[in-house]
Design a protein around this ligand. Sequence first.
Ligand code: SAH
Ligand code: SF4
Length: 354
Amino acid sequence: MQSIYDFTLKELQEQLKPSFRAKQVYDWVYKKYSTSYEEMKNIPNDLKENLTQNYNIDILNIAKKEKSTDGSIKYLFKLHDGHTIETVLLLMKKKKISEDGVVERSEKYTVCISSQVGCKVGCTFCLTAKGGYVRNLTVGEVVAQIVQVKKDNDIPANKAVNIVYMGMGEPLDNYKNVVQAIKIFKQEEGLAIMGKRQTLSTSGISSKIAKLGKEDLGIQLAISLHAVDDQLRSELIPMNKAYNIASIIAAVKEFPIDARKKVMFEYLVIKDKNDDIDSANKLVKILNGINSKVNLIFFNPYPGTTYERPSVESMIKFQNHLIKKGVICTIRESKGLDISAACGQLKEKETNED
Ligand code: SAH
Ligand code: SF4
């Protein structure tokens, strides 16, 4: 069955009559995070009946929840067919002291969402890849992750969160559903998460990057580059044989990015594989002419992998070298490291415990 989260307001207005009812339902779903039609007080009974018969509303169940000491929360959601996906709420606390000495505290939320159960791409460093590919998430399953996380943490409706498509799966392999989800997230009457608050991370399917650019959704792009030569990149990301570094860079150069924003290049640092200064120099060359920033990620080991986590020193050396060459470069904070951080790792734990 389809779900209530599958549709933009306009689409729902075409299905529910009179159409103002669609707006009321949208309000319950996205502003009050309602997961039952029963509690929708201003909706007449016959419409409630119609909705119950035709649109699932309770599609994600929390199977497991782990809280990290830094405040981030990792969810394992159970889908209707019993498969599970991960979603992570990352929390950043901000402290601002105004001129008259008043301390203002605010919180910035970022939700890392999944787009597939498993993944086809098969990166050799990624735990999600180990389980193989199971299926694409539906539009509703992508959208409901944000609603459920906002609901579970009492995040007010008017507080927009940031979204990163960096959980399980390759978003561009589930192109149609992800694009529809992006549009639903942007709905003013719904979650109202502007394009610039949404960052899609891809392992680099060049043809789909080009297609996505043409949709003009105003979203941010992150490229999982991880290697500067095609030989190593093909070892890490087998798909690189079809979509090599040059093709990705060409697609990125065409991608419409707000002039004040940058394309993010993720670079997973693996000890003795890609953490040398020669690689850093090649990276500078590759990024030449692109308004970009680099995010270095510590490889997060898991049982059975032969890859190793780099030392903090080599990471900082790599970063400093890039900065010296004029590249904007940050090191990803190991948020949630104590709660099995990288993608696919909570799911793995759950499977082991079964
Ligand atoms: N499929 C997309 C988005 C999901 S993966 C992509 O590959 O970009 C999100 C990020 O997690 C990617 O940058 C990926 O490289 C990273 N990742 C995967 N396995 C990891 C590991 N073991 N340690 C650290 N980061 C990892
Ligand atoms: Fe898929 Fe991304 Fe993992 Fe590669 S890193 S296997 S693309 S989820």
